[in-house]
Ligand binder design. Structure first.
Ligand code: FMN
Length: 566
């Protein structure tokens, strides 16, 4: 079924994936979900909200990504700081009588299918007991969904006081309203962006974030309350996605049993709130429901469904984690020093950068970027100690086929960035025989495949969008498809998209840090991309495109701050 869904939602030159084909404005989903009658807690840094001893550290973007900030104790204010800079509103755009919100995390079509929930222990400034909250980005507030037993919380985290959980879910309808059957993919991309956004913003409070693979989707549904029929009368259902532990010290060890026990304790708690309806009318896209069922995640203790090589890789990672972490750390700082130049940490305020991220609507088609900045951006997407990469439990499965257009010192052409150098032989075997495979950087596994002007090719492949041609470079993200699904099972289909979203989020922020701008490109012609690379079958599949360049601003729009207070 995964293959059927994936192939069935490809865009072809002569035919797009199935959708309504027009926008039904009458059923447009409302952008924000709320829970009626749920007690609300306004979050810091809104005015009048106490910071309870939380002293946010002014830090640079590099310090935050490199986890150089000392961990703050868990508090409502610190949670507010992290959520504001991961999933909060970044701006309001105004055009004539229309006004719409943008968010710190991007979303295909600005439709924002992702909802977030916080699960934490007793905090005096919040419910005062272990509880589950829904994050309402429109109000920058937490809505109390459930209060539960301290024993339930302690059963999962023991005596630790430095743990907060953030769960993410998707409302498929939000994306399906516009994009039809391909929307399930976009929801997964958006989750990847949100995972990276949370992971990076956690560093503002000195916390590290990690996805917890032990949590099954049914446990996530129980812990967030999205499985409660009685609270979703007439309201569009949410699909459980993932849960992350934000911790001040060591990562949280969480077994499948512990996850199930905590979920059960929460389910027995005292619930409040009823989910709001987003649209009165809906179109059913049963292919999405089938894809969701076929990729259901039952949770695992790290190495579920792995092949021999995956299994040994998994145990290598946990046993040798200290050693590999140390070497990754040194690689990470070496990388970031190169990307930052000789001056050390780039003097870019982290919070300001996170809130200023935007998608470019058009790129200028002439500006160039220097080689060092280009290599620096690519270095940041390599897995290592720099956030968000410690958040993922699998080795990189996504490589970049890069169309270089305007990079000083890098001849235009087609390049490949191997995010896991071990994939070299298989990629080389899968791609066209006449590619060059010339090393193109001393440190990075960047290879030149072909020289030449790929601007019109890149735009054509990206649904004829000029942004793919008018930037410094654009790219397709090639997922190691067959092998990953075989190793981890169909649920890993989702994770492949999450990884692409994470790569995209890093590129968005790196582009901003370089004074440029990026845009995610979900619309591309799937198999024509594979044809250009010579790929056959499903060994590798392009899952997401991306572009980086110098933006041309749309002067017709005015911009207002995300919140009245900033
Ligand atoms: C998964 C994904 C796919 C996207 N696809 C496209 C695209 O094909 N073309 C485009 O112009 N923008 C695309 N975007 C950009 C979104 O339209 C943009 O993120 C959204 O309007 C919100 O604006 P912001 O990023 O400035 O917050 C995509 C974004 C994401 C996250």
């Amino acid at each position: 079924m995964v293959y059927r869904y994936h192939d069935g939602t490809k865009h072809h030159f002569q035919r797009f994936a199935r959708s309504l084909g027009y926008l039904d404005w009458a059923s447009q989903p409302r952008p924000f979900r709320g829970f009626a009658e749920a007690p609300i807690f306004q979050l810091y840094p809104a005015p009048g909200v106490a910071s309870d001893g939380y002293a946010p550290v002014r830090s640079t973007f590099d310090q935050v990504c490199e986890l150089e900030i000392s961990p703050a104790p868990i508090s409502a204010a610190a949670i507010g700081d992290v959520l504001r800079h991961a999933l909060g509103l970044s701006a309001w755009k105004v055009f004539k009588a229309s006004r719409w919100a943008l968010r710190v995390n991007p979303s295909s079509g600005n439709l924002h299918p992702t909802e977030a929930y916080v699960v934490c222990g007793a905090l005096a400034e919040l419910a005062g007991r272990p509880a589950v909250y829904h994050y309402a980005p429109d109000r920058h507030a937490l809505e109390l969904r459930c209060e539960f037993d301290d024993d339930g919380w302690r059963g999962a985290v023991g005596e630790r006081e430095d743990v907060v959980l953030v769960a993410l879910t998707s409302i498929h309808w939000r994306e399906a309203w516009k994009y039809g059957e391909r929307a399930f993919r976009y929801c997964q991309h958006d989750l990847g962006h949100a995972i990276a956004a949370v992971s990076i913003a956690a560093g503002l409070a000195g916390w590290r974030a990690a996805l917890l693979p032990a949590w099954s989707q049914s446990a996530i549904a129980a812990a967030t309350g999205i499985g409660r029929d009685e609270d979703f009368v007439d309201a569009e259902r949410e699909e459980p996605a993932c849960i992350m532990a934000l911790t001040g010290a060591a990562p949280l060890e969480c077994s499948r049993d512990a996850a199930e026990r905590l979920a059960a304790a929460i389910a027995r708690g005292r619930w409040s709130g009823r989910a709001s309806q987003l649209s009165e009318d809906h179109v059913e896209w049963s292919f999405i429901d089938e894809a969701a069922r076929a990729t259901r995640d039952d949770g695992h203790d790290g190495t579920k469904g792995s092949t021999g090589s995956e299994r040994s890789e998994g145990s290598k990672r946990s046993k040798g984690s200290e050693r590999s972490e140390r070497s990754e750390r040194s690689k990470g700082s070496e990388r970031s020093n190169r990307s930052k130049g000789s001056e050390g940490s780039r003097p870019i305020d982290a919070r300001a950068l996170l809130v200023q991220r935007r998608s470019a609507v058009a790129l200028d088609g002439r500006s160039t970027i220097g080689r060092a900045a280009f290599v620096g951006m690519l270095s940041s997407v390599m897995a290592g100690a720099r956030a968000p990469w410690p958040s993922v439990w699998w080795t990189p499965r996504v490589h970049l086929a890069i169309f270089v257009h305007r990079v000083d010192g890098v001849p235009p052409g087609l390049y490949l960035l191997l995010r896991d150098p071990d994939a070299f032989d298989r990629l080389r075997g899968a791609c066209r025989a006449d590619f060059l495979w010339e090393p193109a950087d001393e440190h990075l596994p960047l290879l030149r495949l072909a020289n030449g002007d790929t601007r019109s090719l890149a735009a054509r492949l990206s649904c004829d969008q000029d942004i793919a041609a008018d930037g410094f470079f654009s790219l397709g993200m090639l997922a190691d498809f067959d092998a990953s699904i075989e190793a981890f099972g169909p649920s890993f289909y989702r994770h492949l998209f999450w990884e692409t979203g994470m790569v995209g989020q890093v590129l968005y922020l790196e582009a901003e840090a370089a004074g440029a701008r990026a845009t995610g490109i979900g619309c591309f012609f799937d198999d024509p991309v594979h044809d250009v690379l010579g790929l056959r079958g499903h060994t590798f599949q392009s899952l997401y495109h991306f572009t980086v360049g110098m933006p041309v601003d749309d002067a017709r729009l005015t911009t207002e701050p995300g919140y009245p207070w900033g």
